[in-house]
Design a binder for this molecule. Sequence first.
Ligand code: NAD
Length: 310
Amino acid sequence: MKRLLVTGGLGFIGSYFVDLALKRGYRVVNVDKVTYAARRDLDFERRPGYEFIRADICELTHLPVGVEYIVNFAAESHVDNSIRANQDFFHSNVRGVYNLLELVRAKDETDQPVFVQISTDEVYGTVREGSSKETDRLNPSNPYSATKAAADQLVRGWANTYGLRTIIVRSCNNYGYGQYPEKLLAKTIEFFLEGRKMTIHGDGSYRREWLYAGDNVEAILLLIQKGTVGEIYNVSSNEEHSVLEAARMVAAAMGRDPDESFDFIPNRPGQDLRYSTDCSKIRALGWRPTRTLADYLPEYVELYRRKLGL
Ligand SMILES: NC(=O)c1ccc[n+]([C@@H]2O[C@H](COP(=O)([O-])OP(=O)(O)OC[C@H]3O[C@@H](n4cnc5c(N)ncnc54)[C@H](O)[C@@H]3O)[C@@H](O)[C@H]2O)c1
């Protein structure tokens, strides 16, 4: 069975990926620094084929033997944090990727794993009309997306110069149970369960595509099986809602009056107006999202109620 090195596998999307990979019979070595964002409710340690290394990807000095793929989820991931204090973003999102690429390069060519970099649609910046293609110019707008774009460029540079085998996956905004409640939908559910109003940056009109994390990790695993090394793949749902529309859907799913549920605060600097990606490349491999936000929300709210013992 293939052995995968997953980084950031205790984080939101990484944990969905580790779960899926173990279910499909892969062996997984999970390297995670266990930051504030790491999940504490997982049972991976009890599952066969799982190993855990608590480490910072910047400080790893060698790669485990016999690993065929590295799937790099490890990152600082919250835009607001990156605006307040960007050092950790440069550290994990840029230096961390540099270190991993160098560790791959240090291995004998016959033993080098494929490096799968988990990137984001935010690297393209605002797309007012149409959708970004994988070949489009990167145009990041905030420290988070700038560090992710820098990482993508490192991956391309190391592939072109040193012949590393790489795949870059750029996915849109993910949602699902287990997301740290700094992100919009998790925070909105938590605030509403506490009887509070949710705060919205600006007028909430900026548009995002919303993708269930379980669908995203199916796409990533498919790329490990069928993706072409050297390529970049967008992964998106084409389900587009403004931030306010998505938050109002949560209010409606929780039986609240959406007109009485929000306070509006000054917008973030560097706020992108719209992200949209063309994901025909991954769809040509047979991948489709299986969930929509509207159909997942009741389940999401129920899982959250149980988590909080309500
Ligand atoms: N959340 C989204 O909607 C979204 C969308 C597109 C792309 N992405 C990308 O997907 C990846 C995962 O995002 P997420 O939302 O699951 O993140 P997350 O913040 O929930 O989890 C990140 C995980 O990485 C670990 N980590 C952070 N820095 C580390 C380091 N230096 N060394 C080792 N481990 C470290 C943390 O402990 C945590 O477990 C990120 O690379 C992010 O940029 C996220």
